[in-house]
Design a protein around this ligand. Sequence first.
Ligand SMILES: NC(=O)C1=CN([C@@H]2O[C@H](COP(=O)(O)OP(=O)(O)OC[C@H]3O[C@@H](n4cnc5c(N)ncnc54)[C@H](OP(=O)(O)O)[C@@H]3O)[C@@H](O)[C@H]2O)C=CC1
Ligand SMILES: CC(=O)[C@@H](O)[C@H](O)COP(=O)(O)O
Ligand SMILES: [Mn+2]
Length: 380
Amino acid sequence: MKRISLLGATGSIGIQTLDVIREHPEEFKLVSMSSGRNMELTRKIISEFLPELVSVQEKDDAEKLKSEFPQMKIVFGQEGLEEVAVFQKADILVNAVLGSVGLGPTLEAIKSGKTIAIANKETLVTAGHIVMAEAKRHNVPILPVDSEHSAIFQALQGEREKNIERLILTASGGSFRDRKRDELQGVTKADALNHPNWSMGAKITIDSATMMNKGLEVIEAHWLFSLPYDDISVLLHRESIIHSMVEFHDTSIMAQLGTPDMKVPIQYALTYPDRLPLVSGKRLNLAEIGQLHFSEMDFNRFRCLKFAYDAGRAGGTLPAVMNAANEAAVAAFLDDRITFLQIEDLIEKAMENHNIIEGPDLETIQEVDKETRRYVKSLL
Ligand SMILES: NC(=O)C1=CN([C@@H]2O[C@H](COP(=O)(O)OP(=O)(O)OC[C@H]3O[C@@H](n4cnc5c(N)ncnc54)[C@H](OP(=O)(O)O)[C@@H]3O)[C@@H](O)[C@H]2O)C=CC1
Ligand SMILES: CC(=O)[C@@H](O)[C@H](O)COP(=O)(O)O
Ligand SMILES: [Mn+2]
């Protein structure tokens, strides 16, 4: 029986993680969880899964829950996230919370020896050098949940790192993939939230439309698979059937295919190195699909991807600045305060405005994260 701590239980990945736990009650048990402000769903999850420890974002919500669920330990805020992450009875932490808020809890979980199933890519983007070093020091596995990184992880099973030529991250192109840059003026939030293939949380759906999601994933891949940026490429693939690939020195390419269903990589991270039947999974019928399409990435059309390569190669605090600027800009877009194209302008300004600090420690990264959000807010 694997006992699971789940950060972000009420989100898109969190809910799908609960689906996997529900499908395999003989394999998994939810022992602790966190949510943010969605109290209606939080109550439903608590009633169904009976976790021992629950963290929510706000103190008032925690107080209300304490009176409704006196037998449970209810905590809140950043400290609450960290308490869930290190919950003593848990074997594995699923980090499905949104944004760099997931960094501190992930590091605490690593120090307490938890296996980490990581969906939260912002954690690796802002401080991958610290996360991977701590995981090595504590001999803790970091298992990818992000579909591209799970695909690469699966393609690498039984392979040797020295034989890798390059990673090929596939990208759907997002909601505006068939629009030219001059057709992006005045696009609406509803248009941007209409991903062609995946049903995801709002922030990542916008990131997919700006191509910042793929940028974050390039940096995530750099840390997870310790390959230089020159060996990490991106390929447009509009069907999102090939979830990513690895090319080896002998020119062969290994790919992982499947329907766009995040329960597959979530379940694989929880059952690795075994595989369980995906009870609610839809089997892929390639004959039905017929054709798969691929094309080269256009860095002028998708400027955020170039920002990410530049930030990754520059290193230091620049990835954290880019990520924080992106989080703040996307939140402003979702709040109807800026236009879609202003997202990349704000990111570019924040990166230009920053003096990179080399080899930042956790405190420096968290400070730079806060400073960047203040800077972006000052431009709104
Ligand atoms: N969705 C997907 O298919 C994929 C997602 N990912 C990554 O997984 C992570 C989660 O994405 P997704 O599930 O889409 O996100 P959602 O927005 O759907 O869910 C985010 C979760 O985090 C909680 N949360 C948000 N902010 C805070 C905060 N400040 N403190 C505590 N909890 C908070 C939310 O709580 P509440 O809703 O209760 O407020 C919710 O439970 C992201 O890093 C994303 O990039 C990666 C690959 C695919
Ligand atoms: C499901 C998942 O992993 C997302 O990151 C998804 O891949 C976004 O797709 P694109 O960024 O390719 O549009
Ligand atoms: Mn992905």
